[in-house]
Design a binder for this molecule. Sequence first.
Ligand SMILES: [Zn+2]
Length: 187
Amino acid sequence: MIQRINDEVYKISCGSNMYYIKPLNLVIDTGNFQERAMVERELSSIVDLSKIKIVIFTHLHYDHIGNFNMLPNAKFYAHKDEISSFEKDKIGAVLNPVIVKKFTPKLISIARLKLPKRYQIIHTPGHTCGSICILDTVKKVLFSGDTLFYDGYGRVDLPNSAPKKMEKSLQEIAELDYETLCPGHEY
Ligand SMILES: [Zn+2]
């Protein structure tokens, strides 16, 4: 099911949460592969999938990257630390050997993505070393990936986690000015 968060942002719950930001034609994460049919149907009910040009991965766990190839004209962005941890240990970064084999996009460092100034990319290592959050400073929406949930925060005991950095990341998030939290899961 697709859910409207505000007049610009939509959410699809698909093993994880993915988000579509309409004015940017941008997708944050692409959900779990097992939900592919539903994701394609729901997202294409509001946008022609071939028009989506930008995908930002909050991190590269399998349940957030699964349906990347339903977007034939998109470029795929992640934090450079996440990309290098993926290059060093693909299964450790994705946590699923089957999805690793299917995951073939060219990953581009998020630093090279030019977004309107109102959007901030915040590096929040902890759950993974290259996890990021995206803050929309106008609508005051925070997309927090698996760093912060409604009721807690993401695991820091995974192969590419950065447990010692989580506390500082959460502190940084606590200081941000947001009203709506859009996490990677409904925990
Ligand atoms: Zn994760």
